[in-house]
Write a protein that binds this ligand. Structure first.
Ligand SMILES: [Zn+2]
Length: 211
């Protein structure tokens, strides 16, 4: 059983049971280190998107559709540039969080190309980034305001912090871990495991010593 059914329209797949090119691109349950060398465990379960049309028709929240989060270019790994495509099961949490932000700003919120889900093999993924968890987004425009000035980036980052508990906004600037032309928001390295996915049977003999 590589799949399970939920109330959501898309089926859930265990990434470890996908074909090898997809496993190599998604690295389900693997490890990516962040910029400080800390190991972060990648998502294992994914929603399967059969076609672009389904991506266009699948609403994740009142104002955000699935396609907006998978708009990538040739920098994405080749197996993930054709359908079916896969997104981590935490992605709807990101959309729900953005909906709070959308309500607060009261206007359109535009996600940049390559600014939603990016696989671990996407060329923009160097160290661990919540983009590879489906829990980060880059916004380039809100209403008529382009997010390419300190004032705009900092103003909307503040609104995000007020409306999305625990969100992290990349500071404005030209240095590493900074942004000058987009607003990066993320929820951290959330791994979502939908109810009733197959998983593994617990074996205490294989459990790691916590110390
Ligand atoms: Zn980003």
């Amino acid at each position: 059983m590589a799949e399970t059914v939920t109330g959501f329209a898309l089926r859930v797949v265990d990434g470890r049971r996908l074909e090898k090119p997809l496993r190599d691109a998604l690295r389900p349950g693997g490890v990516l280190c962040d910029g400080e060398g800390r190991a972060r465990i990648l998502p294992r379960y994914f929603y399967e998107i059969p076609s672009w049309q389904v991506a266009r028709e699948t609403r994740l929240s009142a104002h955000f559709d699935l396609w907006e989060f998978i708009h990538t270019d040739v920098r994405e790994a080749p197996p993930l540039r054709t359908f079916p495509r896969y997104v981590p099961c935490a992605l709807p949490l990101l959309a729900a969080s953005l909906e709070l932000f959308r309500e607060s700003v009261g206007t359109y919120v535009h996600i940049a190309a390559n600014g939603g889900y990016r696989s671990p093999r996407h060329q923009l993924t160097c160290n661990a980034s919540p983009h590879a968890w489906g829990t980060a987004v880059n916004l380039y425009r809100i209403g008529d305001t382009f997010l390419d000035t300190r004032d705009a980036v900092e103003r909307y980052a503040e609104i995000a912090r007020e409306t999305i508990p625990g969100v992290w906004a990349r500071p404005f600037g030209d240095g590493p871990e900074q942004t000058a032309d987009q607003l990066h928001l993320d929820l951290g390295y959330i791994v979502a495991v939908p109810r009733d996915v197959p998983g593994d049977t617990y074996n205490p003999k294989l459990d790691d010593d916590p110390l």
